[in-house]
Write a protein that binds this ligand. Structure first.
Ligand SMILES: [Zn+2]
Length: 365
């Protein structure tokens, strides 16, 4: 995630902290300072938040270590103001395993709350919570209450909450994964609207969470759709197999001619089938201004072109294109160049697949 720093590595999992989390600590510190005006209050308030987030990390480890039992690794855990995010390599395909992974997090919170409860009981410190008290007993009591709240809150049946995953997995026992995700996302968005309305009336924080849930649901839903489409598609499905290429000896006039005659804007440049550079539309325009249309293409500062194998899955290619999404890609099969590809072609293919799949879905219902 952007704007995150690594703070620790535990059990082989990197833990990152997001910049906005530091903002939260700052805001909590300021509000304690404004209310109580002592450094001790600030330390206590910030210490409470840190203790709470330590519990959040344990919650995320609940997910990660359960997933590990099913052979799924965790890339990292990131701390955000609204909680933690454990980015697992993938979710288990078996819905029962997915339920276990999702539920392990809230369970950790309930276990912590139980332990705190027992500790407070044994030490006879089980006093009622005084909101901003600095005494140890109250600190642990508040931590106990917050863990119960965190556990319950995460069981809300809405993405990206754990409850949303449990709901999806429960639905996936009866229908295919993509549809289960859509249904679960719809429930989540319904919940988000309700929460948003309550937030407007009572508590802005609820509104904030509602927005978060709303986007969580739509991201989950479209990521799932994309995955089901990209799952079985390779570069071959999206590439343009009919394309023009240029030779370094060609004049810019030839490039202009091809640009005006068709829809292709960028051209691979090379000898016969061995392509090695790309002429972008913007470079052509600049070249025309500076050198005129008689200049040769080899005189222009051309960029290298990324080569991919025709059988590479589109999912991994998209991952590689993240750095430079606008680039044109040259598709090879063995020694030969068989096509070109850019992001637009992939988007076009996804759009078509979506239309085809939604047609199938509507016929099934
Ligand atoms: Zn969780």
């Amino acid at each position: 995630m952007k704007w995150s720093w690594k703070i620790a590595r535990i059990a082989g999992i990197d833990i990152y902290i997001h910049a906005t989390f530091l903002l939260l600590i700052y805001l909590v510190g300021i509000s304690y300072w404004n209310q109580l005006g002592t450094m001790a209050a600030v330390v206590s308030g910030v210490g409470y938040i840190l203790a709470l987030f330590f519990c959040v990390v344990l919650h995320e480890f609940g997910h990660s270590l359960t997933a590990r039992r099913y052979g799924i690794q965790t890339r990292n855990i990131t701390l955000l103001p609204i909680g933690g995010v454990a980015s697992l390599e993938k979710m288990p395909d078996d819905p029962r395993q997915e339920i276990n992974v999702a539920i392990a997090g809230p369970l950790v919170n309930f276990v912590i709350a139980t332990l705190l409860y027992l500790y407070l009981k044994v030490t006879n410190n089980h006093a009622a919570a005084e909101p901003l008290s600095l005494t140890e007993g109250s600190f642990l009591f508040r931590l106990m209450i917050m863990n119960i709240f965190l556990g319950l809150f995460n069981l809300l049946p809405a993405f990206p909450m754990d409850g949303g995953r449990v709901l999806r997995a429960a639905l996936a026992l009866r229908m295919d994964h993509a549809r289960a995700t859509q249904k679960a996302a719809a429930v989540g968005q319904f919940l988000a609207v309700g929460m948003g309305l309550l937030g407007i009336m009572y508590n802005p924080f609820l509104l904030f969470i509602a927005v978060f849930i709303w986007f969580g649901a739509s991201v989950e839903s479209s990521a799932e759709q994309l995955k089901s489409i990209l799952g079985h598609a390779s570069v071959r499905h999206a590439m343009l197999s009919e394309f023009h290429s240029l030779s370094p000896e060609d004049s810019l006039a030839r490039a202009v001619e091809l640009t005006l005659a068709g829809s292709q804007k960028d051209f691979p440049v090379g000898y016969q089938n061995k392509l090695y550079k790309v002429l972008h539309h913007s470079e052509l325009i600049k070249g025309l201004q500076e050198r005129g249309e008689r200049a040769r293409i080899s005189e222009l500062p051309l960029q290298d072109i990324l080569h991919v194998d025709v059988n590479e899955p589109l999912g991994t290619l998209l991952e590689r294109m993240k750095e430079n999404p606008a680039q044109m890609i040259c598709v090879t099969e063995g020694e030969n160049v068989v096509g070109v590809l850019n992001l637009e072609n992939i988007v076009e293919m996804i759009r078509i697949q979506e239309a085809v799949e939604s047609h199938h879905r509507s016929r099934k219902q």
